[in-house]
Write a protein of this length. Structure first.
Length: 79
């Protein structure tokens, strides 16, 4: 089942010339779609937590230093 638009009618001859054909959706397609929706939901939740300051971030004046030192601190610990 698909949405029929005027654009699809215009492109059908061009697509058939180059061999573009519709195929049935596989389980993998739906898995990727579902995973994408879940990841978007988790990302949005993270943004809400940051906005509500439930996720602790350094103060604004220390933020640049924090970002600059994040990877060395993450991999090698405190110096």
């Amino acid at each position: 089942m698909s949405i029929r638009t005027g654009l699809s009618d215009l492109l059908k001859p061009l697509n058939s010339e180059v061999g573009v054909t519709a195929k049935e959706d596989s389980v993998g397609t739906y898995t990727v779609l579902l995973l994408g929706i879940v990841l978007l939901f988790l990302f949005y939740t993270l943004l809400l937590l940051i906005n509500n300051q439930s996720v602790l971030l350094p103060p604004e004046d220390e933020f640049d230093e924090y970002v600059a030192n994040f990877l060395p601190y993450f991999f090698f610990g405190e110096k």
